[in-house]
Design a protein around this ligand. Sequence first.
Ligand code: ADP
Ligand code: MG
Length: 698
Amino acid sequence: MFDLTTRDIKYLAGVGPQRAALLNKELSVYSFHDLLYYFPYKYVDRSRIYLAREINGTMPYIQLKGEILGFETFGEGRQRRLVAHFSDGTGVVDLVWFQGIKYLEGKYKLHKPYIVFGKPTVYNGRINIAHPDIDEVQNLNLATMGMQPYYNTTEKMKRSSLNSHVMAKLMSALLQQITFPLAETLSPSILAEYHLMPLTDALRNIHFPSDADVLRKAQYRLKFEELFYVQLNILRYAKDRRRKYRGYVFERVGEIFNTFYARNLPFELTNAQKRVLKEIRRDVGTGRQMNRLLQGDVGSGKTLVALMSMLMALDNGYQACLMAPTEILATQHYETICNLLYGMNVRVELLTGSVKGNKRESILSGLLSGDVHILIGTHAVIEDTVNFASLGFVVIDEQHRFGVAQRARMWTKNSRPPHVLVMTATPIPRTLAMTLYGDLDVSVIDELPPGRKPVVTIHQYDAQRKSLYQSLRKQIDAGRQVYIVYPLIKESEKIDLKNLEEGYLHVCEEFPGYKVCKVHGKMKPAEKDAQMQLFASGEAQIMVATTVIEVGVNVPNASVMVIENAERFGLSQLHQLRGRVGRGADQSYCILVTGYKLAEDTQKRLDIMVRTNDGFEIAEADLKMRGPGDLEGTQQSGMAFDLKIADITRDGQLLQYVREIAEKIVESDPDESFPENAVLWKQLKVLRKANENWAAIS
Ligand code: ADP
Ligand code: MG
């Protein structure tokens, strides 16, 4: 049989050069193999009539035969919906419409036999089918309809009549050409042990399943395989790297660490901080290079953990470096750490893009001679001109702003890679972390320092501005400070800046007699710093800002965060912004201001924010609502949204399951010599060659 991966798609019956060009361009389908792996996004079982009493909310598209017992309408205006109670005598299902209500009420008759087709869901404990297809019984011939695949196509394709229906025809032509079984991509033992459908059958049935049960088995096999190889890739190459790169061994906890602990530590560590420090201490003592992800909600005290880990490096004669995503943050870390180390004999330097001339020279030479112990900075620290005498420990704050590639660049600053601690305040759901950072160990600070009161979050409408300003005045008069944040989607967008400027003027007018400062990303660093300083010192009571203050800024006396146009922010951004308050002992507030008209998704986001302060819960919700491709951080790593069939928001359990299987294989067959596993290693190589993101893991 010919090789599917090299056979040009234009040679498939029904394709030809024009359609081939479209398939190339629109779907990246170049070969027979590519088309075969272009899976339907849904199926429609039109061979079977279900009974209303069999239906549950997890079923795909189904059809029922019965009659409408009555109509009801609910809600007002945009919330208005029409419900038809539909029954076949075994139960009642609600058909629901949100649009075209007038038209529909006249269109369908009571007590007339219809076939209803759609996706059942459960709402308020009742089975619902939203916007179903409805046909009169005599108009359909079900016997010839069967289980039908639906393929995603683009506008361009549809315009050239290359729609889902035509795609199905092409797929059918392709499958007819496959007369022999394809080479199996999983080992016989895995297939047998986990009861998986053979590859060729799975591919046939993923496109044209005879029934829902077979479809489920085909999907399971293909999802299993996809997630399995993602994990095998990560685990196999993480093991390689561990073998290749030995890490520095920090043998002792010594004078600097102990002095800091005894004399300088301003408070008792939380139990979570202690636990994480122990985890790090254990890692750096083993001789294995540490790659650890530290997740902790905003305000959980990650900086202290970072500092104390860096002191371990210093105690063993190594230097340490902390990298932050913005100049403001780097500066703040620098100041915090200098304060914490007050009176100790440790030289800390700050290196950012704006450090130039003599100062820069002196830092660079201090790094080379080993006189500089701790370097704090922005991207500037990964430049080639920055070299260390013996860099032993690197902390990267707010990982999602840096790519995996930048993390890797820190390793090359030395013959041996330093230990790396990556800190993120945007909690990443476990399943996502396992795919994105499968090669990182994970520590979690799941406890806030004592005495923190959870931030109270309130959703307010534009129209309630008067009362909002009144309560702000009350807070300020009681000695608190207030942030007012305007959206800035892209720092270059002029409109956003205009919003901010207008907002600033408006706030100045509304709050005469108070000092208002202003920060945005287009400002010169010196100007920005001066404004920040006004707020940090308490001289200004109100700060009007864009999201430049999203990350890390720490002013404990600020107790109110007002977010204007809150509908324009994503969940994780809202959560980050809210994290700027609630840092002192006072009760803090976060006010989300929007207009009246809100999309359903926006309303959901605001509801979640009002309901919970738990960053992990918010991250899970974010992942569910947006899917992994849109989450910050996934863009750079690519892994999570290259998936063709598995969906980590829904297949988390399977992911965990196959990870354990992959782990067992990597551990039991370290030399890759077991004949039964040969097919796995071979397939892994094929995948790494075909997908550059996969090869980035090594
Ligand atoms: P994040 O995890 O968001 O980076 P920070 O490290 O900035 O949090 O810490 C937030 C605040 O909590 C800082 O003001 C810090 O001094 C304080 N803090 C950290 N650890 C403790 C602790 N164990 N007890 C009391 N306050 C702490
Ligand atoms: Mg921080």
